[in-house]
Design a protein around this ligand. Structure first.
Ligand code: CDP
Ligand code: MG
Length: 143
């Protein structure tokens, strides 16, 4: 059973967003390169701008939080790049590669450490569970 576990790989998909602060600084190709170098495959991507109400729907889990309104205003303030990333254990791998929500607390070598400006302008979003990855992928790429 241990041998089976070791040789079996668990390819997952997760949803990644390059947020408006990073697009505004023209960091999208650099961030995409970072993901590819880290072994992620970008299987789908598109550049879009959300309406405020679409952002509210996307971040509905945070609707009771004090930062909810500013967060939704910000996410809909400019273009974003949404991507499906594929890799072994992609959900956790992406969360680790993004780093802590607050760039000041993000570990060395993480995207938020490298590119993030502040807790709200932290450059990237990533799904936090396999279940939410499916919901978020479906939100942006239903077909
Ligand atoms: O993005 P992540 O999953 O790391 O954090 P979250 O707790 O799910 O919060 C979603 C987003 O809300 C964060 O990425 C921040 O941009 C923003 N946020 C904020 O502006 N102020 C906070 N105190 C916490 C989060
Ligand atoms: Mg989150």
């Amino acid at each position: 059973i241990n041998l089976w576990k070791k040789t079996m790989n668990n390819i997952e998909q997760t949803l990644s967003i390059i947020k408006p602060d990073a697009i505004e600084r023209n960091l999208d190709s650099e961030i995409k390169k970072e993901f590819i170098n880290k072994g992620f495959k970008i299987t789908k991507e598109k550049k879009i701008q959300l309406t405020k109400s679409e952002a509210e729907e996307f971040y509905k889990v945070h609707e009771t939080k004090p930062f909810y309104n500013d967060l939704c205003t910000y996410l809909s303030s400019g273009p974003i790049v949404v991507m499906i990333l594929e890799k072994e254990d992609a959900v956790i791998a992406n969360r680790e590669f993004m780093g802590a929500t607050d760039p000041k607390k993000a570990e060395e070598g993480t995207l938020r450490k490298k590119f993030g400006v502040s807790i709200d302008k932290n450059s990237v979003h990533g799904s936090d569970s396999v279940e939410n990855a499916k919901i978020e992928i479906n939100f942006f790429f239903k077909d």
